[in-house]
Write a protein that binds this ligand. Structure first.
Ligand code: 5HM
Length: 322
């Protein structure tokens, strides 16, 4: 058990890198792995990774979590934030396995809204052990040479000790890269569901069939592991309010920023009516627009960011964000 994801990440990487059980090359990709790997985090709101060598992209992390919550499976909605997503798409239009949002909100032919189902089940029977969102779909294995088979099997929500606990089940997880964004998004999902159910956030449990590190990342992994002292920040908590309204509003701005139909000043961000927590996310998305479209960086927006977000941006883009 770890208090934060930051401490879990460093320890999991170390364990896997130095004590792997298997060395192999699934689909030709050389890697080291451990099977049936698990860990848990006591405070899943603390989802930041502060290692300066790892250079996490906080903007992509939020963008991916929001993309899931939007229910979209469109590649262009997310590849704007990370070009690598394009590699997983067979038709260069949509993502099948990785588009967890479309699985969560419109699963299968029946277009099941699993989010609403889980909420209903837990409201009716708070002790329930049936509140599961299924992500992996058996049909994915029937697609020849599928580039994008869901790595996540499902998410289970349990109310225990009056807190919302969540368990993630994955068939496979890249401990160095994929896990950072996966744990970020899944703990956002846990926190959002907790606010909807009016519960405190409980533990986050991560369970993985094969946890691995790819060989081309080896050198970078050792750099990351060598950094003994790393920064610590406190990640902000989601407000206890109707966050869905905020997220919907945020996503209308997100689209306009992404399509470069709008630029925002700090004043216009403040005037959106978004709560402070979501204003900060909108500020991150606005800064990304400046980076992506090579605009002049608005120092006023940067100056209004929480120190934790400024740290992430400066660490990732030191020449652009001072
Ligand atoms: O051969 P396979 O389908 O397992 O390759 C997918 C790779 O992407 C695996 O290394 C898996 O662990 C990683 N991955 C991840 O870590 C993929 C996704 C997309 O579903 C993810 N996390 N969310």
């Amino acid at each position: 058990t770890y208090k934060t994801f930051d401490s879990a990440y460093m320890s999991v990487l170390d364990d896997l890198y130095y004590h792997a059980d298997f060395y192999n090359a699934p689909r030709g990709f050389k890697s080291r792995e451990k099977l049936a790997f698990d860990f848990e985090i006591e405070n899943p709101v603390q989802r930041g990774i502060y290692n300066t060598k790892r250079k996490c992209n906080i903007i992509f992390n939020f963008a991916e979590a929001l993309w899931y919550l939007s229910g979209s499976n469109k590649l262009s909605d997310i590849s704007y934030y990370n070009q690598r997503m394009t590699n997983y798409s067979m038709n260069k239009q949509t993502l099948t396995g990785t588009a967890y949002g479309s699985k969560i909100f419109h699963f299968g032919q029946a277009q099941l809204n699993q989010w609403e189902n889980v909420k209903k089940i837990l409201r009716k029977d708070p002790d329930s052990k049936r509140a599961v969102i299924q992500i992996f779909d058996a049909n994915e294995l029937a697609v020849a040479d599928n580039l994008d088979v869901s790595c996540t099997l499902g998410l289970q929500f349990l109310i225990r000790h009056n807190k919302l606990q969540m368990i993630t089940y994955m068939r496979a997880n890249d401990a160095f890269r994929g896990m950072v964004s996966d744990v970020f998004s899944f703990t956002i999902i846990q926190e959002l569901m907790a606010t909807e159910l009016n519960l405190a956030v409980g533990n986050y449990y991560h369970r993985v069939g094969t946890m691995h590190i790819y060989e081309p990342d080896n050198q970078w992994v050792t750099h990351v592991l060598k950094e003994k002292r790393y920064n610590q920040f406190v990640f902000p908590s989601m407000p206890k309010e109707n966050n869905w309204l905020m997220i919907q509003k945020l996503m209308t701005y997100e689209k306009q920023l992404r399509q470069n139909q709008l630029t925002m000043s700090w004043q216009s961000i403040e005037q959106t009516g978004l709560s402070i927590y979501w204003q900060q996310v909108l500020a991150l998305l606005s800064i990304y627009q400046m980076i992506y479209y090579h605009k002049i960086i608005d120092d006023v927006i940067v100056a209004h960011l929480l120190p934790i977000y400024r740290f992430f941006l400066h660490n990732k883009w030191p020449n652009i964000i001072k």
